[in-house]
Design a protein around this ligand. Structure first.
Ligand SMILES: CCc1ccc([C@H](C)CC(=O)N[C@@H]2O[C@H](CO)[C@@H](O)[C@H](O)[C@H]2O)cc1
Length: 821
């Protein structure tokens, strides 16, 4: 019936209201008066889902008939963030929904707050994958995101007595209205056992894998809408299930545990996300997870190809597959296995196709983050893959020997197998050899990838190496997070096309000195600071002053990101205030956010130090009028959306050469925060774009760091050579921040004075002086706001749309397939 159709997919306020009440009744089985906040959220979610499904089905039909070349993004992490508001913005009905909500007397913010965040990622890498999915749809590139549907995502962080406490993330507890289970899309995943040779029907010698254990992977689909386009792409996440979920024989003999053993064993594979953004050696379950989602995804791609296009010959013409770091690198060996063992292809044909299909992105230079797996673990878990990797390596090393006669040292350095000590498989080498393109995620990082990490590979295949500087989606991190700013930009630009074409915000530049815009700009920032102040008071009890400068550092806690350098500056301010050395100080609120990997002791001690400093500073009447410190618990996409709009100063202070790119730096700058930072990762390109005069730079360059490492770095010389630095560290050791316990922070201060691997002491002085320049600049609000406007106006390049367009053009060779609205 026409009437029926309309309410479920109509975009009018009336249709939304009717559909909301219908869904509340037909799906939640509730009427308005007795509905719980969760019921109201689910009704809103289903009302939104009804409208995106219409687009999704239309899109899927078009892609199917068009056989469009499709990008498959293989990632162990997708840090999606809450769906509701983002989908309403991408459907273009956020305002209409808010009006409909008002007329139904709904508290829109409370409904949004109800949504559990799907925390299927650790940090930068996982969030980048989510931003890329949003931009792939908006740029109308046909794509499928493949990953794992962890039952438990990244832990929820609570702060108790200043310490991080991990709480398990039960994001699925109340159901997930944004996914559609696909029980019929399931694939067997093999483990263990042995391989054996046999002769196929034409007497050809072939290999087969006889596994000792098989589980099933089942698909769960989440539609990913584009903004202002008809295109909807697919995020397909795999859940592990036992092929036989109940063993009746065991049950009949009373072995009840045995009856469900297989089910429990299988489900552990997709049970939980590994909470570290640095690998923990040899975690067998982690390798099982990687093989699990890679095998399901490649089997699904082959099924889609056979069903829509036909024989596999042009598989690499129809699919490009991006390896998001080395976590899915097994795909190189798994595609070889599937093409040869299951589809009877020759080695050479399979290898040609494999190398033409895969592309690999490196996200970190940290040696401890480069995954290697022991050969013995592979022998036990993935014997067929080991055989294939050995053969890939044999042929690859032959090529090296041909090219670099007699250079056995080069052969040893480039081999897929590390022979020193326990034999281990270098997953990064497998990814580079098995891919047609390798890229870093920022200009400096991509140069360092070529000159250090993959120096030998760059010498062999210079044409393989690219750079694609990261980006972030302006939909979530401007329009959804900061609607006041979005409205002001639209008003100033006279259109909202900037949301899909961020270069258009450059129009703000010419208004940067207009007192009218400046006044509105300040009002928008102050309103966001008030919202954050109120919320932080609610969750931490700490009262901030919205008029103070909000100085924010929010990212995973890691020594290379140097949250402890930030803490030393706070202690410096405290000391100078206590000693009355600061004339008319600029009030500051120091705001931190970030999770530490549960096993990372020093990172957890840094969180404790920040909270310990906060306790002393915030309760000291001599200073708390000028400075406050707060650690915001549970930094994730949802809480991040409160932080980015409220920041005045964005801390991007990693040791040069360590942060591959950073993406938080882009989100803060796009919301009008000025950056204090080093020449690291994408900071360089942000500084180039916004103008050197609109960026607070300090510290050593990556070259300086390399030089200092070569000449030998002696942190104690800085400790003894700078009396303020010594005073700040000694104050920590004095026990002032630890109720007199002089030992609590010793592990941290001893490491700083004796090792300091990330050269905190070497950059201390420059950092302190730069912070003084920041305070001076903040006094001149007119100048500060002008810089803030120019920062936003010149951030167009850092949209993930630009990054995706570069990948599509320079690496994937995929043209947009427009689906009209
Ligand atoms: C558990 C193993 C592990 C190891 C490394 C990683 C990632 C590579 C770490 C990561 O998130 N890297 C960050 O990637 C961002 C997106 O490119 C960059 O902006 C950050 O600079 C980089 O640290 C996750 C998990």
């Amino acid at each position: 019936s026409v009437e029926r159709e309309h309410t479920r997919t109509g975009m009018s306020k009336a249709a939304l209201k009717q559909d909301f009440l219908d869904n509340l009744f037909y799906i939640q089985g509730r009427f308005r008066e007795v509905a719980t906040p969760h019921d109201l959220y689910m009704a809103a979610a289903f009302t939104t889902r009804d409208r995106l499904l219409k687009r999704w089905v239309k899109s899927a039909q078009a892609f199917k008939t068009l056989h469009a070349r499709t990008l498959c993004y293989l990632s162990a992490e997708f840090l999606l963030g809450p769906h509701l508001a983002n989908n309403l913005v991408n459907l273009g009905i956020i305002e209409t929904s808010q009006e409909a909500g008002q007329e139904l007397d709904l508290d829109f913010e409370a409904i949004l707050e109800e949504e559990e965040e799907p925390g299927l990622g650790n940090g930068g890498l996982g969030r980048l994958a989510a931003c890329f999915m949003d931009s792939l749809s908006t740029c109308q590139i046909p794509a499928i995101g493949y990953g794992i549907r962890y039952e438990f995502g990244i832990f929820d962080q609570a702060i108790e007595d200043g310490w991080q406490v991990e709480k398990s993330d039960t994001w699925l507890r109340n159901g997930n209205p944004w996914e559609i289970p696909r029980p019929k899309i399931r694939f067997p995943v093999l483990y263990g056992g042995h391989t054996e040779q046999y002769r196929d029907q034409n007497g050809e010698p072939r290999m087969r894998w006889v596994p000792s254990w098989v589980i099933d992977g089942v698909a769960y689909d989440t539609p990913i809408l584009g903004y202002g386009v008809g295109n909807v792409n697919l995020l397909r996440l795999w859940k592990a299930e036992a092929s036989e979920s109940f063993d009746f024989q065991a049950f009949n003999v009373g072995d009840y545990y045995g009856a469900v053993h297989a089910k429990i064993e299988a489900e552990t594979i997709s049970k939980v996300l590994y909470p570290n953004d640095e690998p923990e050696a040899g975690k067998e379950l982690r390798l099982k997870q990687q093989h699990f989602f890679v095998s399901c995804s490649l089997q699904d791609m082959i099924r889609l190809h056979l069903n829509t296009v036909g024989p596999l010959d042009d598989f690499a013409d129809k699919f490009a597959a991006q390896l998001n770091d080395t976590h899915p690198a097994l795909a190189v060996a798994e595609l070889m296995r599937l093409l040869m063992d299951d589809h009877g292809m020759t080695w050479d044909r399979s290898w040609e196709m494999t190398q033409r299909t895969f592309c690999y992105t490196n996200h970190t230079l940290l040696p401890e983050a480069l995954e290697t797996w022991s050969v013995t673990l592979f022998e036990r878990l993935l014997p067929r893959h080991l055989e294939i990797i050995y053969e890939i390596n044999r042929r690859f090393l032959d090529e090296i020997r041909m090219r670099f006669l007699g250079d056995e040292d080069r052969v040893r350095r480039m081999s897929l197998i590390a022979e020193d000590g326990e034999r281990r498989i270098r997953m990064a080498h497998l990814a580079v050899v098995g891919s047609k393109a390798v890229n870093g995620v920022a200009k400096l990082h991509s140069e360092l990838v070529k000159s250090t990490l993959f120096k030998d590979f760059n010498a062999l295949w210079p044409e393989k190496f690219h750079n694609v500087t990261n980006g972030v989606t302006p939909r979530r991190f401007m329009v959804v997070s900061n609607p006041r700013l979005a409205r002001l930009i639209t008003e100033c630009c006279g259109h909202d096309d900037w949301i899909r074409d961020l270069d258009r915000v450059r129009a703000l530049e010419s208004h940067a000195e207009s007192s009218d815009l400046q006044a509105q700009w300040k009002a928008v920032k102050l309103a966001a600071k008030r919202d954050l102040t109120e919320w932080l008071k609610h969750v931490t009890g700490v009262q901030l002053d919205p008029a103070a400068m909000f100085d924010v550092q929010a990212k995973r806690i890691h020594e290379y990101k140097r949250q402890h350098l930030n803490a030393l500056h706070i202690i410096r301010c405290y000391q100078e205030l206590k000693q009355g050395l600061l004339k008319d100080p600029v009030p500051r609120a120091f705001i931190f956010g970030g999770k530490a990997a549960p096993a990372y002791f020093l990172a957890k001690l840094i969180i404790k130090l920040i909270n310990a400093i906060a306790e002393v500073v915030n309760n000291d009447p001599e200073v708390n009028g000028f400075m406050r410190v707060v650690f915001m618990p549970d930094f994730n996409v949802k809480t991040g959306q409160r932080l980015y709009p409220a920041a005045d100063l964005s801390e991007q202070i990693s040791l040069a050469g360590k942060e591959a790119s950073g993406t938080g730096n882009m989100k803060f700058s796009m919301n009008g925060a000025l950056t204090i930072g080093t020449l690291d990762g994408a900071n360089l390109e942000i500084r180039e774009a916004v103008g050197k005069e609109n960026f607070f730079l300090f510290g050593m360059t990556a070259e300086d760091v390399l030089e200092k490492q070569i000449e030998g770095y002696r942190p104690w010389d800085y400790y003894h050579g700078d009396h303020e630095l010594k005073a700040d560290i000694d104050l920590i050791n004095s026990g002032l921040f630890s109720h007199g316990d002089t030992k609590l922070f010793r592990p941290l201060t001893d490491d700083l004075i004796n090792h300091d691997p990330f050269m905190v002491l070497a950059d201390y002085r420059a950092y302190i002086e730069c912070q003084q320049r920041v305070s001076e600049a903040y006094r001149d609000q007119q100048h500060w706001v002008r810089m803030s406007i120019l920062n936003v106006a010149r951030m167009g390049y850092f949209s993930s749309d630009r990054a995706i367009r570069e990948y599509a053009k320079n690496i994937w060779g995929i043209a947009p397939t427009p689906i009209d609205l």
